[in-house]
Design a protein around this ligand. Structure first.
Ligand SMILES: [Zn+2]
Length: 327
C-alpha cells in the first residue's frame, strides 16, 4: 500500500520555498546535479515539482518510495497532494533551489520530486478525526505510520489510494451515495425529481469525473464487482445524457441571459431546469422540450414563479413575453 507523508509549509521560509519550487521548474534547472541515468528516468514532463527536507529527518525521508503520497500542509489544513516521483540526497541540488535553513544552518538536502499535484481541502481537525491523530498543527515532515491510523483509513476508504481519491475528487460520501442510488435505478423508474437532484449534485463536474467518482465509491463502499460497476456507470451515463447533451449544445450558457462562468474545476457552470413542474410530470417530461439550460439566477426565478414558461420557447416576466435565446 502507498504510504502517506505530511509536509508543512507554514512558516515563511517554507512558503517561499513552496512558491519557488512547487510552481514547477523545467528539467534543465536540475541537469548539473543529476546523473545521466537519473535525467533519463525523469525526462518527459514540462515542469517538475520539488521539495526538500532537513538532513536531521533523513531517516523519515529514506522511507519514501515512488508513488507514495505527499500531503502539503498550510495554516490548519492540507492544501495539496502529489505522488513521489524521484528523490536524491544532494546538498548542491538543494542549494541551487533554496537557501539554508535559518534555524539549523543546513541545506534542505533530502530532495524529492512530486508529480500529479492536485489541490485538496482537508482541515487538520478532519484529518485528526479520520486518522485518530490529535495534531494541533503539523510541525515537521512526518509519515502517517501509526498502525491505528492506517487501520482507520483502510476501514473507511479501503486503502490509502481510496482515501486520496476521496480527497481529490472532493465529493462527500453522502452526495456520492445519492448519485449512485439514482444511477442504479432502471430508466423507467427515474423521476424528474431524480434527474433534477442528479444535475444538482453533479453539475459543476465533467462526466468523466463523475464516472470516476462512482467507480471509486462503488468499489470502496459497496464492494461491487467490476461488472456491477460497469453497469452502474452505463446507467449513470444514460440517466444524465439528455441534460449533458443540452448543456453541451448551449455551451452551458443561460438560454435567457447567456451567462456562464468557469468554475475552479475548469468546467463551465449551468443548471438544467425542468419547465413542467415535477408535480405535473408525466411520461416524456425528460424530453429536450422540457429542459432549459439556465444560469442559477434564472433557474431560481423560474422555480419561484418570477418568470413563467410559455410553451417551450418563450417565457413571461412582469407581464411581458420574451423569446428564449437559440433553442
Ligand atoms: Zn440567466
Amino acid at each position: 500500500m502507498h504510504r502517506i507523508f505530511l509536509v508543512p509549509r507554514s512558516n515563511e521560509t517554507a512558503y517561499k520555498n513552496y512558491m519557488s519550487s512547487m510552481q514547477g521548474k523545467p528539467l534543465d534547472d536540475f541537469l548539473p546535479y543529476l546523473s545521466s541515468s537519473e535525467i533519463n528516468d525523469l525526462k518527459g514532463s514540462d515542469r517538475y515539482f520539488v521539495w526538500g527536507t532537513q538532513p536531521s529527518l533523513h531517516s523519515r525521508w529514506e522511507k519514501m518510495g515512488r508513488g507514495d503520497y505527499v500531503f502539503f500542509y498550510a495554516q490548519g489544513r492540507f492544501i495539496s497532494v502529489g505522488r513521489l516521483r524521484f528523490k536524491k540526497y544532494s546538498e548542491d541540488l538543494a542549494l541551487s533551489l533554496w537557501s539554508k535553513s535559518t534555524e539549523s544552518g543546513e541545506p534542505w538536502s533530502c530532495v524529492f520530486f512530486v508529480e500529479d499535484v492536485q489541490d485538496i481541502n482537508l482541515p487538520l481537525l478532519e484529518f485528526n478525526d479520520i486518522t485518530g491523530y490529535s495534531l494541533k498543527a503539523l510541525q515537521g515532515f512526518m509519515q502517517i505510520s501509526s498502525e491505528d491510523a492506517i487501520a482507520r483509513i483502510v476501514s473507511k476508504y479501503g486503502s490509502t489510494d481510496g482515501f486520496v481519491a476521496s480527497l481529490t475528487l472532493g465529493m462527500d460520501d453522502r452526495a456520492l451515495s445519492e448519485v449512485v442510488t439514482i444511477a442504479s435505478k432502471p430508466l423507467g423508474d427515474i423521476t424528474t425529481e431524480d434527474k433534477a437532484k442528479l444535475d444538482n449534485l453533479t453539475r459543476d463536474r465533467s462526466s468523466e469525473e463523475i464516472e470516476r467518482l462512482i467507480q471509486t465509491y462503488a468499489k470502496r463502499q459497496q464492494n461491487k464487482t467490476p461488472e456491477q460497476i460497469e453497469k452502474l456507470t452505463k446507467s449513470y451515463r444514460r440517466n444524465v445524457s439528455m441534460v449533458k447533451i443540452l448543456k453541451e449544445k448551449y455551451q452551458n450558457k443561460c438560454q435567457i441571459c447567456g451567462f456562464t462562468f468557469k468554475t475552479n474545476r475548469g468546467t463551465f457552470y449551468s443548471e438544467a431546469a425542468h419547465i413542467i413542474p415535477i408535480s405535473d410530470a408525466t411520461n416524456g417530461v425528460d424530453s429536450p422540450d422540457n429542459i432549459w439550460i439556465l444560469c442559477a439566477n434564472h433557474h431560481k426565478m423560474l422555480d419561484r414563479g418570477a418568470i413563467e414558461a410559455i410553451g417551450n420557447t418563450s417565457y413571461r416576466q412582469d407581464g411581458v413575453v420574451y423569446e428564449l435565446n437559440a433553442r
